[in-house]
Design a protein around this ligand. Structure first.
Ligand SMILES: C[S@@+](CC[C@H](N)C(=O)[O-])C[C@H]1O[C@@H](n2cnc3c(N)ncnc32)[C@H](O)[C@@H]1O
Length: 298
């Protein structure tokens, strides 16, 4: 199965390369107007949620994402699931309304990474290891992955000379990934970014601000389903924030166990403020900083 990898070249152009993945993403999945109307009716009847104030194209994309996550092959199968499953109804509602992110979201977590987590990762890096890898899972418009890039560039330049860091960022939404690779943002996405960093790393582009190519080049975007995280490239740090909330508890457990699979002993996992370890995954991690939802692979 071919997946797309988005990267920024030295000339500033975004290239899309096909890469292989073991998971069968249903890329051709199409939601017809009738199917969307059916989903909309179910949402209205069962939880009084109205889709009418949103754009159809956007809604179709979000419904398709949930269908893929549930591994439904067509809209009829998904509508049946929606009629029977309260939890999926709730998850769809969340997916339709939330794909929000911003730079340095939860700044205190990034501060913790800067002060104690990342220095440890560099110290513990194996001498035979050529490169360190970080993953941002459910990366949306790239804000989280790029924040890691800025953090490294600002505070770890010396370490980067000896141990380069590859930042990989995955999302199931191909359109968001394309936007992420272009890295042009509205002001509101930069609200947590200190002014000096904003001045150093962004330049105005029309009504938006574009991230400097120096940071863009540090991140590789991958069109991948985090349900398949077990097959992702191993790494030392995983940020999986505000994404698990869209999944059922059973799926959350599978994803967390998959993340444990790609982390070495002492590798770090960061979850969102309202997320936590569930099921068997609890035995695979120890808390490093419970407040910031930072965990260490046992
Ligand atoms: C709310 S955003 C989180 C952005 C960022 N991690 C943060 O905390 O600011 C959730 C993202 O997860 C993505 N997502 C949902 N299901 C996914 C899946 N199965 N695989 C990969 N990404 C997924 C969505 O497309 C969305 O961009």
């Amino acid at each position: 199965m071919l997946l797309n990898r988005y990267s920024e070249g030295r000339n500033g152009r975004v290239t899309v390369t096909n890469i292989l993945s073991g998971h069968d993403l249903i890329d051709s999945l199409e939601i017809s107007d009738d199917a969307l109307a059916e989903v909309s009716l179910i949402l209205k009847m069962r939880c009084d949620f109205s889709m009418s104030s949103y754009k159809d194209k956007c809604m179709k994309r979000r419904v398709a994402i949930r269908m893929r996550s549930c591994r439904c092959l067509d809209a009829a199968e998904y509508c049946n699931l929606l009629r029977q499953n309260e939890q999926e109804l709730d998850l769809l509602k969340k997916a339709l309304t939330i794909h929000v992110s911003h730079f340095f979201r939860n700044p205190s977590m990034f501060e913790k990474l800067r002060i104690s987590v990342i220095p440890h990762i560099f110290q513990n890096a194996n001498t035979s290891q050529n490169q360190i890898r970080f993953w941002s899972l459910g990366c949306a418009g790239g804000e989280e992955a790029y924040s890691l890039g800025i953090l490294l560039q600002e505070f770890f330049t010396r370490e980067l000379i000896h141990k380069p860091v590859e930042i990989c960022a995955a999302d199931i939404d191909a359109d968001i990934l394309l936007a992420a690779a272009h890295a042009e943002y509205n002001e509101d996405r930069l609200k947590e970014l200190p002014v000096p960093l904003r001045e150093s790393y962004f330049i105005p582009k029309g009504a938006q601000l574009q991230l400097s190519s120096k940071i863009r080049r540090m991140v590789t975007f991958c069109h991948q389903n985090i349900m398949d995280v077990r097959s992702f490239e191993p790494c030392q740090l995983v940020l999986c924030r505000n994404t698990l909330i869209y999944f059922t508890r059973t799926e959350q457990e599978k994803i967390l166990c998959g993340i444990a699979h790609i982390l070495p002993a002492d590798g770090i996992l960061v979850l969102g403020k309202s997320e936590t370890l569930v099921g068997n995954a609890r035995a695979l991690f120890a808390a490093v900083c419970p407040v910031e939802r930072i965990y260490r692979r046992i």
